[in-house]
Design a protein around this ligand. Sequence first.
Ligand code: ADP
Ligand code: ZN
Ligand code: ZN
Length: 742
Amino acid sequence: MYADIIVDISVESLDRSFQYRIPEELEAKAEIGERVWISFGNRKSYIKGYIVGISDRAKIDPSKIKPIRGIVEGEVSVDDRMIKLAAWMKENFGSTFNEALKCVIPIKKKVQNLVKRRILPKADRDILNAAYATAVRKKHKAKERLLFELLGEYEYGLDYSLVVQKLNVSAQTIQSLITEGLIELESETVLRNPLERLENDRGFACELNPSQKAVAESIWADLRAGIRNDYLIHGITGSGKTEVYMAVIDEVIRQGKQVIMLIPEIALTYQTVKRFYRRFGDSISIMNSKLSAGERYDQYLKAKQGLTQIVIGPRSAIFMPFDRLGLIIMDEEHESSYKSENSPKYSTRELALKRAEMEGASVILGSATPSLESYSAAKAGRIKLFELKERAGGAELPQIDVVDLREEMRSGNRSMFSRRLRELIEDRLSRNEQTMLFLNRRGHSSFVNCRECGKVLKCPHCDVSLTYHNNGRLMCHYCGYSADMVAKCPSCGSPYIKAFGIGTQKVEEQLIKEFPGIRVLRMDADTTRAKDGYEEILSAFANNEADILVGTQMIVKGHDFHNVTLVGILLADMSLYSSDFRSAERTYELLAQAAGRAGRGSRKGEVVIQTYNPEHYAIETAARNDYEAFYNEEMSFRKLLNYPPSWNMLRIMTLSEKQQCAERLAAVLKELIEKKKDEFGRVKVFGPAAAPVFKVNDVYRMHIYLKSADYSALVELKNYMSDYINDNPDKDTAVQFDFNPL
Ligand code: ADP
Ligand code: ZN
Ligand code: ZN
């Protein structure tokens, strides 16, 4: 047997492995990810390498291949552990080892100075207040944001990089405020002692209410007893989960350990991050996708050197190389952005549970609408479950109305707003309160179809419906193909070919038409494309610059607007009609999260759900805010049809210009299962079938689905298939594995 070994772990060198012979006495121990001693070049002493691949074929003349000298014993470093984790990922998520390694190892870049800068007020409050008023009047939005926040943190100042990255204030704006003598910068090359800072800032911790306290104390007790555990906090939106996280983080840091706090990228707003900053100050580092490679590397380095105790970030923050990891928190654990889209298509939840287990750390999952995976694990006792059933700040849960759109049609209302919704919008306008309208679709309208023959216009390359845009163009959102809108149906010549369905832009237009003088803000992929788009719109809405915010699913995530007392879901069915076994779960989730936006302040909120399916259990249970009932319905459906989390699934996707390669793979697979009946007899194979998006850029996407109660059977089959693919190479076909796909 031979092993591929890398001697230097940096991304550039990952593809440069060297082959060594595995001596017989080491064969049992030499696994992927293992540390080994080897002789290298003309160096006198042995050096440490990592095994990244094993095969029985020599790449060069076998007599020239040197043997591995031994297994490295002794203390395991962070790098060693991360490489072990990569090996586990490769095996369980189905990727190459290099792909997995690239997740856990950051790109090496020139190290910048570890300077922290703070923005401090230089003038007294009155002068800053006056400057703030001027900025508001002159509509200097960035200045306004900065001064507003600075006035709120007058004694502490603001973190420079946070202001630039999350508040979207440019360096020029900051410079001009310095020139005006309003602010100054303070630099520090050494970090303050995080514990000292913690003592200082305890004033920011709020007194936990009894239900929060019960959760925190139960987790503290485990931590103090040195017991690692996995927890799920099922708490309705606004129940104060974040306060509980912070109370637990406090304890972990006191024990000298480190914390990874995962938040979906979309919820990683200034408001969220600020709460953590106030409490934990400089011991925090923040990751997001806007960071440059250099900045990212700095953060890894600081973590390695023990200069940061807490990292907050989206899924990739799970790879933070903390040496004394004590806790991983995963907020909004049900979010689909926690699943990687690239190989390895890892589930951050599984990875978090695994990493924590390997390192003796604890995991807290939190959500108002837990994934069925987590909730069923909690029900089965594998995860400790806590419930927070009331809103923490004393706010009441909103009143939810379900409106049957078929009824509206029957009584002659052809508007996209039901009578109930319109009445409530008018009421809010008269009371100067705000409304959010939610639509799960982007663009002006959706697809174009012929009312006479039913033809739908599709992209010639991608086999997806073209989207009609306001400028009269048709667009493909996968490959970017665009064309002019047609006047006549290309199929039957009928002039009755029109855009169908509604989009955010159309909602905005309709609002302006039906409610004269209304101020509307729109948030979707188009309006947030500009660098500042997202934060700009949110802060404008928070500043009461609009009566209504219209948006796609982006607006339902975690924002806390105190003046919003009405939320309308224009067509709840949109997410019910997707061809996905999780569509009911997604619908429940979206409805519950959207409803959670209403009435976060002192006034009670109302929610209107418009639908053609009022009796569907996802809609009906969401309207009653009854997660348990939804879970029971949904889980029995999953069990009946052997869907996750009841069983496990593996999706094998082929990408090829030839359509038949998936057929060949499926045949091989079926033959193998037939041959090894004892082992794989209970595995079910579906397909091959065209993927929902069948053709992208002239490449066909086919997939084969496997279902099995047993995860390890799927891993075995994946390994067989990888070997088959390696033995029968086809450079025109790419094969991807995806376990329990979303
Ligand atoms: P979640 O994370 O569950 O959505 P948050 O922790 O964000 O909930 O809390 C919701 C709101 O209630 C926040 O404005 C928060 O400051 C407030 N809050 C949370 N816990 C308490 C408490 N114990 N006392 C007073 N206000 C609280
Ligand atoms: Zn037609
Ligand atoms: Zn296309």
